[in-house]
Design a protein around this ligand. Structure first.
Ligand SMILES: NC(=O)c1ccc[n+]([C@@H]2O[C@H](COP(=O)([O-])OP(=O)(O)OC[C@H]3O[C@@H](n4cnc5c(N)ncnc54)[C@H](OP(=O)(O)O)[C@@H]3O)[C@@H](O)[C@H]2O)c1
Length: 304
């Protein structure tokens, strides 16, 4: 079973691997409520009890699909922790005042979007609300005021951020009544910047777990025209047997989760067999030099 961990010293408890829903409706045949429930029930069987979603996923349609699955299956929602995000507006029927994609982390927008998320998801609270992207034009006082209000009203139990730099994280944290519980960032063998830009170190400093999005580089790990991916997978040829026949995706998750900040990795596959194999990553403890061998393959050179 996928272990549970406290995301921050004050909670909440989440599963070490999270079910991501960015691509939930991407299949050629749009999944039915039954397909969605099947994926969610498999997650529960594997101990994956945390769902990551966002207002904007599926161009503002994924939250409603999840909500329909919860409505059709009373009791299902309460078995999960739900993370949702808001603060990205793109031109669409939903955001008819948006004439170009932009970020909006103003308090009134966060409050309005969260209330809509609750309605669509058929729930009375989000376990965690994340501000999806830093909005360069909104003050931390303003964003923080919205988060504080949502928390006081019990509409969100915890708050975090996504794609924030360490200094942006510190600034917003300073304006909150309850500290941020995570920073959800892109981190993988194909995006190693967080190892050196302070994001992972900051989470470790605050004893909070970062969340890693696109741990397979959004699937690029399997693109044979990608040189780094090809080197990484060649390196994995020599590791699979050593780690009980783990497949390449599972090894890539284990690589992400090996960092001492203990990233929570978000899986993005809709395929039942891949959800099942990925869950094995929590059991794999890569040896020190194997982790570095994969780093070296990713960069195409030895460590400096
Ligand atoms: N905060 C943010 O800004 C942000 C941004 C992006 C994503 N996210 C979150 O992170 C989650 C995960 O991101 P992600 O979907 O990019 O994760 P990912 O695991 O890096 O990529 C998933 C993609 O890889 C493909 N894939 C997996 N195994 C494969 C294999 N063996 N061969 C070929 N293709 C394979 C999947 O296709 P199949 O479905 O066919 O398996 C899927 O299209 C999202 O769902 C979302 O919740 C957050």
């Amino acid at each position: 079973m996928t272990p549970q961990v406290l995301l921050s010293p004050k909670g909440p408890s989440v599963s070490e691997i999270v079910f991501g829903t960015w691509r939930l409706l991407d299949d050629d045949s749009r999944p039915s409520i039954k397909d969605t429930v099947e994926r969610l029930e498999l997650c529960l069987e594997l101990g994956i009890t945390t769902i990551d979603t966002a207002e904007i996923y599926g161009l503002y349609t994924v939250e409603a699909a999840l909500g329909s699955a919860f409505k059709a299956n009373p009791g299902l929602r309460d078995q999960f922790q739900i993370i949702s995000k808001c603060g990205i507006d793109v031109p669409s029927e939903e955001k008819n005042s948006a004439t170009l994609p932009h970020y909006n982390a103003r308090a009134d927008n966060l409050i309005r979007c969260t209330e809509k998320s609750l309605r669509l998801l058929n729930t009375d609270h989000l376990d965690i609300l994340l501000v999806h992207r830093p909005d360069w034009l909104t003050s931390a006082d303003n964003t923080g005021g919205g988060i504080n209000q949502l928390m006081a009203e019990g509409k969100i139990l915890h708050a975090g951020v996504s794609n924030y730099s360490p200094s942006q994280f510190d600034l917003l944290n300073d304006r909150l009544e309850q500290p941020l519980v995570t920073n959800q960032i892109e981190f993988s063998l194909l995006r190693t910047t967080p190892l050196d830009d302070g994001s992972l170190a900051q989470c470790e400093l605050h004893h909070i777990h970062p969340m890693a999005w696109s741990p397979l580089g959004g699937g690029r790990l399997f693109d044979s025209s990608n040189d780094a991916a090809t080197r990484i997978r060649k390196c994995m040829d020599g590791l699979r047997d050593k780690y009980d026949g783990a497949d390449d995706g599972t090894l890539a998750f284990a690589w992400v989760m090996a960092h001492p900040s203990k990233p929570i990795a978000i899986l993005g596959s809709n395929r039942l067999e891949r959800i099942r194999s990925t869950a094995r990553a929590t059991k794999i403890k890569l040896e020190h030099q194997d982790w570095y061998a994969l780093w070296e393959a990713a960069h195409g050179c030895p460590v400096p």
